[in-house]
Design a protein around this ligand. Structure first.
Ligand code: NAP
Length: 273
C-alpha cells in the first residue's frame, strides 16, 4: 500500500518539501507520496485528526504549528523536548512521536566544513522557532557565548534566557546596531525571515570581515542580500539551502529508515531556483 507523508502549515503552497521528498521516493523506487496540507492557525486539532483518519505515515510541521503540535504528540524525542517544538512526526497506528531535525539540519553544513565553534562567540539574529533550534545546536557545539539580536527585544531576551538555561552565556543587543559589532563574532546567523524574496538586510554588513562565517538560513533566493553583502566582505558563507536539505534528509531517514539520496534532493532544489 502506498505510504503517504505530508507537510502541514499555513501558508504551505510554496513549500519545497513535497518536491524534495517525492524526488527522493522516485529516485529510490519507493511506493510513497508526499503532499502539502494547509492547516490554518487554530485548526490544528481537527487537521491532525483528519491526517490520522487517512492513515498518514508521517509529516513535517512548519509555521505556525511547530510549538502547538507538541501538545498533540504521544511521545517526543529529547531534542524535540529541549527545543519545545517539533518539525517531524511519525504516526504508528495513531501514536504520534515528534522529532526536531532543525538542530542537526543547522549543524550539518558546519560539520561538513569541519568548523570548530567550541569556545567561540556567535551572533544569532532572530528569536523565533528556527532560532530556538539553532541555539541548541550552538550549545551542542560548545559555543562560549551566544548574543541575540531581534526586532522585538522581549523575544530576544526570552531566547537569551533560554540559552542561559542550556548553560551557555548569553545577552541581547539592539538589532539596529548589531552589525556594528559583527567583527567580534566567529559566526553570524540570520534566523529571521528578512532577505526572503531578496528583500531586506537583517543587519548591516559593513563590519563583517574575511574571518567571519555568515550563515543565512533564508534559502529563497540562494544569494540573499546578507550573503551578497558578506561576500563583498570576503566572509565564509553557509547557505540556507544546505540546512533545508539536511533537515529534510534527517526527516526522511526517521520515516523511511534509510539514508535519503542527497544528490536527488540537491538537484531538485537547486533546479527550482
Ligand atoms: P518565526 O518563528 O515566525 O520567527 C520569525 C523571526 O523573524 C522572528 O525573530 C521575527 O522577529 C523575525 N522577523 C520577521 N519579520 C521581520 C522583519 N520584517 N524585520 C525583522 N525581523 C523580522 O519563523 P522561523 O520558523 O523561526 O523561521 C524564520 C526563517 O527561517 C523563515 O524565513 C524560514 O523560512 C527560515 N527557515 C529556514 C530553514 C532552513 O532549513 N533553511 C529552517 C527553518 C526556518 P519578531 O520576534 O520581532 O517577530
Amino acid at each position: 500500500m502506498t505510504r503517504t507523508y505530508a507537510v502541514i502549515g499555513d501558508p504551505i503552497d510554496h513549500s519545497l518539501s513535497p518536491a524534495l521528498h517525492n524526488a527522493s521516493f522516485a529516485f529510490l523506487g519507493l511506493d510513497c507520496t508526499y503532499i502539502a496540507y494547509r492547516i490554518p492557525r487554530g485548526e490544528l486539532d481537527a487537521g491532525i485528526a483528519d491526517l490520522k483518519k487517512i492513515g498518514i505515515s508521517g509529516f513535517n510541521v512548519t509555521i505556525p504549528h511547530k510549538v502547538d503540535m507538541m501538545r498533540l504528540l504521544d511521545e517526543a524525542d529529547l531534542e524535540c523536548k529541549t527545543v519545545g517544538a517539533t518539525n517531524t512526526v511519525v504516526n504508528t497506528n495513531g501514536h504520534l512521536k515528534g522529532y526536531n531535525t532543525d538542530i542537526d539540519g543547522f549543524l550539518d553544513p558546519i560539520r561538513k566544513r569541519n568548523i570548530d565553534l567550541a569556545g567561540t562567540d556567535a551572533l544569532v539574529v532572530g528569536a523565533g522557532g528556527a532560532a530556538r533550534a539553532i541555539v541548541v545546536g550552538l550549545a551542542r557545539q560548545k559555543a562560549r557565548k551566544i548574543t541575540i539580536a531581534n526586532r522585538t527585544p522581549e523575544n530576544a531576551e526570552s531566547l537569551a534566557s533560554f540559552v542561559r538555561s542550556l548553560g551557555v552565556e548569553s545577552d541581547n543587543v539592539d538589532i539596529a546596531t548589531a552589525g556594528d559589532i559583527a567583527s567580534s563574532f566567529k559566526i553570524i546567523i540570520n534566523a529571521t525571515s528578512v532577505g526572503l524574496k531578496g528583500i531586506g538586510l537583517p543587519i548591516s554588513t559593513k563590519n563583517i570581515t574575511s574571518s567571519s562565517i555568515v550563515y543565512d538560513i533564508v534559502y529563497m533566493p540562494v544569494e540573499t542580500p546578507l550573503i551578497l553583502g558578506a561576500k563583498e566582505r570576503k566572509a565564509n558563507i553557509i547557505y540556507g539551502w544546505e540546512m533545508l536539505i539536511a533537515q529534510a534528509m534527517k526527516s526522511f531517514e526517521i520515516w523511511i529508515g534509510r539514508p535519503a539520496p542527497y544528490e536527488a534532493m540537491k538537484l531538485t532544489l537547486l533546479g527550482r531556483f
